[in-house]
Design a protein. Structure first.
Length: 359
């Protein structure tokens, strides 16, 4: 009996070499024997190209978009990124052709460019228990999940961020916004409120003057905080054919946004006369904010998800929750990662590794 216990102890505790050459070890989680193959969070891909195949944005009008985003690392502390997002369905542009005063040259769907960078002033690798899901089965309203908690390592990072956020958006000035915008003729002699349907107390542009549609252009400066959590734990569990893993990079950020100017293009009525949309007091918001969450895989290829909530600077189109600039986004797509990045000397994880070696 004692011999059997010794043999079992050797099988569970003696380290072995995995296929990748990384040192692995085994232990018993409940009634399941688990071989831990990888625990190093620094194996995540530092250069990632991703695309959202579908994204929803509720800013002023519902729109559906796609994007391309590239992020990389300069050394272990600086993370620049560039994102370009374009809508292929924008509800605001569906009104074109109805006789409304409209921006000359037509309307364009919503487009966003976000260029920024993060400086991680805090970056530490810690021992932690990582949850790895073995199986998940859904039956009706119930989901049964089997998982194990694995002694592993995680990297936690914190930094400051900043950048430029620029977007264009078609604005439909319906009755909710008439009190805060006026028409102004090209010669400047006529400045009148935008009238409601059937109420033509003032001279109005020719056509359906009660709802002009104009393009707006907003460029914001932003700055905030960025938190990142990295887990890369791979196991082989008894009774399961494939390896199981928790391999993800999770980001959380908060930004304050400031737009020095908000440009609203002129409109042209059905008689080809040009009119300016003039914002009145408190019609333009110069300050805004956003709170974001995102995750992607630490591996070469994987799924990416992101979501934001906030209030963008720009034109106010009313007082309701949606009209005042409040927005929510949900985006899902795929990412491709690479271990290639620009390494800098004497910083980041190297210093940390040296400090750990001296302990």
């Amino acid at each position: 009996m004692l011999t059997q216990k010794l043999i079992l102890g050797v099988l569970l505790l003696v380290p072995a070499l995995s296929v990748s050459g990384q040192r692995s070890w085994s232990y018993s989680a409940g009634n399941i024997n688990v071989a831990v193959l990888e625990t190093d969070p620094d194996k995540y891909k530092r250069t990632v190209l991703s695309t959202d195949l579908i994204g929803f944005d509720t800013y002023l009008d519902i729109n559906v978009s796609y994007n391309f985003k590239l992020e990389t690392m300069l050394g272990e502390r600086i993370m620049p990124s560039l994102q370009i997002r374009h809508s292929w369905l924008d509800a605001a542009t569906s009104h074109i052709g109805g006789g409304y005063p409209t921006t000359a040259g037509g309307l364009q769907k919503q487009s966003i460019t976000d260029l920024g960078a993060v400086y991680f002033f805090h970056s530490v690798k810690k021992k932690a228990s990582v949850k790895v899901v073995l199986s998940s089965v859904t039956s009706g309203r119930y989901t049964t999940t089997h998982s194990v908690h694995v002694p592993s390592e995680v990297r936690r990072m914190a930094g400051i961020r900043g950048g430029i956020f620029a977007f264009r958006k078609a604005l439909a000035f319906d009755e909710n916004s008439h009190s805060t915008y006026h028409y102004k003729s090209a010669d400047g002699l006529t400045v009148v409120p935008i009238s409601n349907v059937g109420n033509y107390t003032y001279v109005q542009p020719a056509g359906q003057a009660y709802m002009p549609i104009a393009m707006s252009h907003v460029t914001c400066l932003y700055g905030g905080i960025h938190l990142r959590n990295i887990k890369h734990t791979v196991i082989k569990a008894e009774g399961y054919r494939r390896k199981k893993a928790t391999a993800k990079v999770v980001d959380f950020y908060f930004d304050l946004m400031y737009a020095p100017t908000v440009i609203i293009d002129n409109v042209v009525d059905v008689d080809k006369k040009e009119w300016t949309i003039v914002p009145q007091d408190e019609a333009i918001r110069h300050l805004g904010y956003r709170i974001g969450y995102a995750f992607h895989s630490t591996r070469t290829a994987g799924v990416i998800f992101s979501s934001e909530f906030g209030k963008r600077p720009g034109a106010k189109m009313g007082k309701s929750f949606m009209d005042n600039g409040t927005f929510v986004t949900f985006n899902m797509g795929f990412s491709i990662g690479s271990g290639k990045y620009l390494k800098l000397k004497h910083e980041g994880h190297k210093k940390e590794a040296k400090a750990e070696g001296e302990k």
